[in-house]
Write a protein of this length. Structure first.
Length: 238
């Protein structure tokens, strides 16, 4: 059963989160900006259509994301604040599945928006990541999708929510939604401007959903499912 979170509990006497210091928030925010710069720099310096490039690229994004989470937890930011754990399991399994379905619909909008933006502005988009044939290709798609879901939802939804302190005020929540969407879009610039713009617009909606449920796992599951569906047509036919 997936962990769940009740946002109303954040101000209760039963749960007092350890709020990160301003210095910690600045350092973590700068780290996220550095990670966002990775695909942009890779696209300029060493973009390759070889599958090894994309596998290595995914590895060098997973490791910093993992290190950031470990560092934040070590500094007192709980997994619960990051949206990754909640022993209370306030939502039922049915509600969690419904949240995952709603998130999946939001992610599916990315493809339609990207096509519209590309045709409206006349962008010329780069080639998508390569996928080998057969079983290796299927495993590559799962690898692409799993790493993307885990890294992007953690870096652009869970961690920023903890850093911006979204429980403190409505202004903080709005700041989080805007920053999360922009960062999510910028991260996808290597896929072309139409995808980046579409991801930013959908990113606002997904961040708003996270504010409501404070649970990354439905978003991770939906993100993974959507990416598998999106990458699957790239699998070469035998």
């Amino acid at each position: 059963m997936l962990p769940a979170y009740n946002p109303r509990e954040s101000n209760s006497t039963h749960y007092k989160p350890h709020l990160p210091s301003n210095a910690l928030r600045i350092k973590a925010g700068a780290f996220i900006l550095g990670v966002i710069a990775l695909p942009i720099a890779a696209n300029v310096v060493w973009r390759s259509e070889h599958v090894v490039f994309w596998i290595v690229f995914e590895v060098i994004t997973v490791i910093p994301a993992l290190l950031l989470v470990v560092w934040l937890v070590h500094r007192g930011v709980s997994l619960r604040m990051l949206g990754l754990s909640d022993p209370r399991r306030t939502f039922t399994d049915g509600q969690v599945i419904a949240f995952s379905g709603l998130a999946l619909i939001l992610f599916a909008v990315v493809g339609a928006l990207a096509i519209f933006v590309e045709s409206f502005f006349g962008f010329v988009e780069p080639e998508p990541p390569p996928v080998p044939e057969g079983l290796a290709g299927m495993l590559t798609i799962v690898y692409y999708s799993l790493t993307a879901a885990l890294v992007e939802e953690t870096l652009f939804r869970g961690v920023p929510a903890a850093l911006v302190l979204i429980d403190e005020s409505e202004r903080n929540r709005l700041t989080y939604i805007l920053a999360s969407g922009v960062a999510f879009g910028a991260w996808h610039e290597s896929y072309g401007w139409s995808v980046a713009i579409a991801c930013a617009l959908v990113g606002f909606a997904v961040a708003a959903l996270y504010v409501a449920i404070r649970n990354l796992w439905p978003l991770i599951a939906a993100h993974f499912a959507y990416d598998v569906w999106a990458f699957w047509p790239l699998l070469p036919s035998s």
